[in-house]
Design a binder for this molecule. Sequence first.
Ligand SMILES: [Zn+2]
Length: 570
Amino acid sequence: MAGKIPPEFIDNLLSRVDVVDVINQRVPLQRAGSEYKACCPFHDEKTPSFTVSPAKQFYHCFGCGAHGSAIGFLMEYDRLSFPEAVEELATSVGLELPREIAFESGPDNRPLYEILERAANWFASQLREHPTAPEAAHYLKERGLSGEVAATFRIGYAPPGWSNLLNSLGKTPQERELLQRTGLLSEGRGKQYDRFRNRIIFPIRDSRGRVVGFGGRILGDDTPKYLNSPETPVFHKGRELYGLYEARQALKKIPRMLVVEGYMDVVALAQFGIRNVVATLGTATTADHLEKLFRITPEVVFCFDGDRAGRDAAWKALETALPLLRDSRQARFLFLPEGEDPDTQVRSEGAEAFAQRVEQAMPLSDFLFDKLAGEVDMTTLDGRARLVSLAQPHLERLPQGVFREMMEARLADLSGTKRRQNRPMNRRRNRLPQHQPGTLKPLHRAIALLLQYPRLAQLENLPGGWETLDGQGVTILRQLLETLQHNPHFTTAILLEHWQDDTIRPHLGKLAATPLMVFDDEAEQFTGCLEKLAAEARQKQVRAIGNKLRPSDMTEEEKEQLRRLYSGKE
Ligand SMILES: [Zn+2]
């Protein structure tokens, strides 16, 4: 699969992304000198041994040996395939994907995306041009929406009538078929007609910005109030989030994301400058939704109406979130006064007060224990024991880690029971044998230096002669040098991705991550290694020729070569 992605694309991509940003969005990093540190997300530890180097564009963990580039990190951490990780990164820096990956999965859906895009433009044009447009514009204006926000979200209008879109975009049988397949047309009694009629239209975009479906809010009192595109080959409600693309366009970093229930909430909050908001599309929040969100933010705040239905929906969201709450991830709950939604709330109290509410949203732990404690009589021993049995199954769904330990401790406090001593939580230290600095053989040391300081390849007058040595390592060293001489901008990460599919890549990765204890003499060290290798090559040649014991067995050429070797000029 990886072979299909042009290597130049990978190079270009890795030179645009910053591995520090990519990781920091998922695992908060601390600066430590010229590098960054954190507790390793891939093994349990209390002191940070996970290091990210901005210069090398590379991470590695001294504890468990995990290492790699931004692509590798996404593959490991977000559990993405190689093409998915490439896609994710490309999207984040606004790089257009090569066709090889953009369309490699499944059937060619391009015509579907094209007709959806045309439909989005058509709906937008109706908001300006249709004779009944003033009614729609009035609705938006009443809600305080500016033209700017309407344009950002590409808000449109489906006029009343059964065949406006059908007649405008469905001129050929092929077009009508595409409109049908993308859910823009419905069918009844053998006749096709517009699905969206007399509605404000909200185009739903996927994480690449492609229109994949629409949501429509009725104008007037008809039902249903909200209508979405049906599931289609390109639109899956359980995966898409309204506003996610727009939020990522607006914000470079998203320390926290708000999840609301309606498109109007997203748009209204955007109007007040609150851009870190997404909406589910008429479904409960799914694990897919949350995985998607936690890839770009460490904290998700669910926003619900404070009534009974809202609390039930929040509990459902909590249950979905539990297994996904690794240490760096947080979920909180914001309950609005009954009868309010974010749209009405922000318009009545303004952005600052609303932001304050978000700030004070209830931590997941409070919500969980408050709810369960409300179901038992906490004043009795029995009640407290019951709390333990109610809470335990939930806590067991949390991933191992500090957060789970804290939750268990809190349960023990609340219930007055002694905490179960089921620690230490698999404190496996599968430490890889670490190369001690200085114990690397010159060849491996030269490769490690080159991987870690790619600019060494640009040194002039590098010692030669070592190239005649046999072995895979020598070939790799030569290839590395050549690659770097042709591509002086390559970082460690890019270099390694060049060997993505190769069996030697793990070894290179290990060398790239080996601490070398060089301070500012890496050029000297590298030259030294090459000189040692050259000397080794010389000795080998001397021995090879020397094996022919008598000079009379040697050709003139060999005698000359031997003289030169002894004089050290080769
Ligand atoms: Zn580790």
